[in-house]
Design a protein around this ligand. Sequence first.
Ligand SMILES: Nc1ncnc2c1ncn2[C@@H]1O[C@H](COP(=O)(O)OP(=O)(O)OP(=O)(O)O)[C@@H](O)[C@H]1O
Length: 293
Amino acid sequence: MTDVADASRSVVSMREVCLRFGKTYALDGCSFDVARGSVTALVGRNGAGKSTLMSVAVGLLTPQSGSVSVLGRSPGHTGISPGLSYLAQHKPLYGKFTVAEMLRFGQRTNAQWDNAYAGRLVSEADVPMRAKIRSLSPGQRARIAVALALGRRPDVVLLDEPLADLDPVARRSVAQTLMRDAAQHGTTVVLSSHILVELTDVADQLLLLDRGRIRLTGSLDDLLDDHYLLTGTGDPQHAIGQGAIIESRAGTRTTTHLVHGPRPPHHGDWLLEQPTIDEIVLAHLAEQKEERA
Ligand SMILES: Nc1ncnc2c1ncn2[C@@H]1O[C@H](COP(=O)(O)OP(=O)(O)OP(=O)(O)O)[C@@H](O)[C@H]1O
C-alpha cells in the first residue's frame, strides 16, 4: 500500500479501501480524510464497519485493496505508531491489576506517557487508585481506558464506542475531556457510536458509514447548512431547485421533506425550517434502508 495523505493536513486518510471477511464486505470502497485537530464522530448502524475501519487505521487488519495513511505512514508495518492511541470496543484492561498498577503499566510501556494527566483523568472519574480493574463497573472501566488512551499523549486517538457505558454526567465529563484535549493539545480525535446524539456535543466533524462506504462526511455546521426541512402540500419539486429529497414524512395535512442542497430563495407557501443533525443522519440512514429493501 502507498501513503496517500499530506500529513500536514490530513492525519487519517483512506482511499477506496476494501476489506472483506469471506463474502462479507466490511469496508467497500471506503474513502475519507480526517483533519488534524478535529473531533470526528464515526457513526453508522450496527455492522456498518466502524470497528473494522478503526482496526484498519491501527494496522490490526490489512485491507485487500485501497490505501491507508495514518500520521503520514501506512499502518501495520512497524506496530502501532507512538503518535497513535486506540481504545477497542471491549476496553481491554488487565482485571487483576489495580487502577494504579494499570497507570504504572501505561508509564512503562509508553515513552511519551504523562502520568500527572492520566492521574487527573482517573481522579475526575472518581475511581480509587487501589480498586482492582475487575471490580469496576463497565462505565468506570471505560473511564480508566480513556485515561490510559489519553495518558499516552497521542497525536491521534481512535476510540471505539467510548461513551456507550457511561451515565449522562460521566458522558459529559469525558466529552469535555476530549474537546479540551483537541483544543489545548491539537489531538485529533475519532470516536464511534451508533447513537449520534451521544456525539453531537463533542464532535465537530461527521463520518457516516453505511455498509462499509462513507455516505456523508463534513463538518456538522456545513451539514446543517446544506439541509433543510420543507413542509407543505403538493409537489415540492419547483421549490427545491437543485436539491435532492432525502426523506418525506406525511403528516395529517402536510408532508415534510428533508432536502439536501442549497436553501431556495423563493419557496412560496412552503414552510422552510432547520433540521437537527439527528434528523439529517436518520433521514440518510432511512434512505439507505429503502435502497437496501
Ligand atoms: N472477524 C470477523 N469475521 C467475520 N465477519 C466479521 C468479523 N468482524 C466483522 N465482521 C463483519 O463485518 C461487518 C462490519 O462489522 P463491524 O464490527 O466493523 O461493524 P460496526 O459498525 O463496528 O458494528 P457495531 O456497531 O455493531 O459494533 C459486519 O457485517 C460484521 O458481521
